[in-house]
Design a binder for this molecule. Sequence first.
Ligand code: PDD
Length: 281
Amino acid sequence: TVAYYNGKISEIDDMMIPMTDRGFTFGDGVYDATMARHQKIFALDEHLDRFWRSMAAVMITPNFTREELTNILNDLLTNVTGEAYMIYWQVTRGTGRRSHSFPLDATPNLAVMITPMSLDRGKQERPYRLRTELDIRSGLTHVKTINLLPNVLAAQRAMQESVDETVFYRMAANGDTRVTEGSKTNVHMIKAGKLITAPTDKLILPGIARQHLLQAARSLGMPVEERAFTVAELKTADEVFITSSTMMAGRVVSIDGESVGQRDEAHFIPLRTQLVDEWYA
Ligand code: PDD
């Protein structure tokens, strides 16, 4: 893994970050992540748009331009020779004595990691098993902050229960559940030929892979519905799948130990093919 921090570049294990970085004590920062293949970064413009929105949402004023960050990411990719990499970048508010409030002129710290990924096509075809859990996350879930403790614990509980991902749900005022998203993925279902996914309100991260999935559905002439849905609806859907920019699309075969979505994959397969082809293009 190649690491970058404020202009320094090294192997990740050799990169030292000052303890006064507010990311360390407060998780005071935002990030974005995608993957690259043959030096080409997947949907970079959209990830940068979201990164700039994340910074604005938490009042971080970047001391770099979009062009400068793009150049940093592309230059780092010229240091590596493998086929596929995960590209992770984050900005923290800055460095200083620990104090909750912050100086408005803090100088942000920019960090990047370029990590090799295996491009096993089989991985894209593997089945995913999910578990559900009450979503206790804050009102900043639509912002890609580095405060990921609820997501970390939810992913850990999935691992300890030998499943692949935790899906969060909230309780609506009328007592219904409302599926939000996974700990690191967005969740979608097919019902009667329609692609149904949660709306991008403040309860979920607007995933870039989700956006590409919706475009793929539209180009395949599949109706799309962005609306709230319950855990029960998810469990009785015709097909269920999850997406993220680092795994594309994975079909879901069970939720809370109950088989789901195995009626057929008539919709999932063409959608995934379109997403993967776009990435491989
Ligand atoms: N996670 N929801 C959450 C909570 C996420 O953390 C992610 C991505 C997604 C999918 O977003 P996108 O399609 O833009 O990757 C949804 C990244 C991969 C991560 O934290 O590593």
